[in-house]
Design a protein around this ligand. Sequence first.
Ligand code: 5GP
Length: 199
Amino acid sequence: MPSSRPVFVVTGPSGAGKGTLIRELVERIPVLEVAVSATTRPQRPREVDGHEYWFLSGDEFERRVQAGEFLEHVAYVSGRRYGTLRSELARILAEGRVCVLELELEGALAVQHEVPASVSLFIAADVPELERRLRERATESTGEIGERIALAREQLEQAHLFRYMVRNDDVGRATAALAAIVECELELAGVGTGTMSRP
Ligand code: 5GP
């Protein structure tokens, strides 16, 4: 990475509430922008191509892998592929903003290894709470929820691999903790939290 601007990597098990916390965080700290990942998983109702994800066919995803367009990419539950496009990071940096990535663990570890300026944050939640959130969301088939819960149990044991850990037992408290960490890291890097308006 040519820039010393921090790249915030938010990781943790499916159902830990990463998406909600990131939305709250970006609302509070305007200089942050979330990179849009690419995926081969089916689009859910209300998801918009280019907003939540770039929804790609398996062939198109593979073509981009071969072209070296991904900073990292993984095969997740049910073999669905997810990846961070290098172009997204470049675009966000060129806009003078600070990038936030929402990644599962394997991808987060890869970025942590590859990007020296990365700051990793692990979002944890109790297993019954994770299960409740996944069932409430009910966007995956029952089998896939079971697979995500099994994976979540394993992943909770890997929190120590990341720089910070925030427990999401209460969204308000967790957002405040996350914002305090991010503000501190931005200050250390000499980056203002930014009051500029969003494009
Ligand atoms: P979902 O299908 O629920 O949107 O996402 C499943 C998991 O994939 C979540 O843990 C999410 O953080 C992760 N994820 C989303 N985009 C990427 C990506 O570009 N790379 C990696 N490694 N994981 C991602």
